[in-house]
Ligand binder design. Sequence first.
Ligand code: BG6
Length: 490
Amino acid sequence: APEPATLVIFGATGDLAKRKLLPAVFGLWQDGLLGSAFNIVGVGRQEMTDEQFGDFVIEALKSSKETDEPHPGALEKFRDLLYYEFGDFGGDEVYSLVGQELDRAEEAHGGRKNALFYLSTPPSLFEPISNGLGRLGLADESEGWRRIIIEKPFGRDLASARELNAAIHRVWDESQVYRIDHYLGKETVQNLMAIRFGNAIFEPLWNRSFVDHVQITAAEDLGLEGRAGYYEEAGVVRDMLQNHLMQLFALTAMEPPAAFDADAIRDEKVKVLRSVRPIPPQRVPEVAVRGQYGPGTLYGEEVPGYREEPGVEPGSTTPTYVAVKFEVDNWRWQGVPFFLRTGKRLPKKVTEIAVVFKRPPLGMFPGGTERNVLAFRIQPDEGVSLKFSSKSPGQEMVLREVVMDFRYDAFGAQLESPYSRLLLDAMLGDATLFPREDEVDRAWQIVSGLLEAWEGPDAAAPDFPNYPAGTWGPEAADALIGPDRRWRRL
Ligand code: BG6
């Protein structure tokens, strides 16, 4: 278990805290993983007593689907761990109150004044909060460890991400900083490394001699979910591609690390991100497709288009879909394209990484041969499948594709929320599953060509909407991967 510590959540009454964070903390605590000396300080701009915050948290836990079944009396005991402070994040007072909470925690359960600060706030507050903590000496580790978790989006482009990193580093050492990408907390994402480096049979095939191409898909059926304020500013490139998809790409394409530790793994991720050929804005039309959903039918129901969502401008040019081809300039992947796609209001929720192998060198069977596919189903129906050809029973030599399938349910265990894994790792000081500064920086560099081509002063107005809700995105995405390859039907 971690050492005695206080978890300080800025933005504790926000949506993320309510839906994901608090249920994850409760689950960890109830399972005894946070140790006995642990408490939570919620911090917000809203005036509230400890009592009212307690009510809020209990209500949030009861209403979230992600909350584990509470043991008898557990909610009441959890409530005793909760404190609340409020104030203006630009001033000093709120941080001094937080400091007093840390003193109180130390008196209550002894030990050092360890604290994990979780910034679950709008991005415009990351810097003021980090500075405020710094001004009041709360980043200083002489009385206990101090760590800071920063939610996404980490910047809105390369320049602002660099400014944010510089501002954070004026207060914190990189070893204290945990930038969260919740995809890295998913069991199935970690399993990518387990399968690649825990088996002898896959890695020898994992290169340009055997792999034809790789497809990474993160399809969402959801639309905006009332997040227009954020999404209109972000769009799909910042919301999904720059972080979640880029992380999936890095784990799939990186070289084997020398050890399973934070620096070795992150060094390899950065190395492969550096090998991705930069996309100059003028090449964007060749290698990328953007889209925005119009009205359509999903699961038999009519749903509005993006421009009809509450809070969205009628002429909005924000993309909700992107497909892109990455070329990787290194020995392993020369000539092997990586196709990434993600979008909202697609026909279903599915995230998958598919390694598509080359055809056998000699096609000696009637009807030809198909490409073998090793597919990692990140979610839902978590698992791994291998598709290959087999003789179909009968007199003739006819081949059919068959699938060997491993499903996570075989373990009989419930998959934990990614937030609980990442929170616990941060409490334990393990940064393996958190993107490092240079990774985030490089990921911004890679997408900056797209942002410039689509948002820069010379950007042409997109022909939006260009895919109906409930379909697999704009037709141009088929041309991007084609003509001799096609997107997997998922
Ligand atoms: C978030 C994005 O980071 O990830 C959302 O802001 C998106 O727009 C979500 O819906 C997807 O996460 P998951 O875990 O449901 O695939």
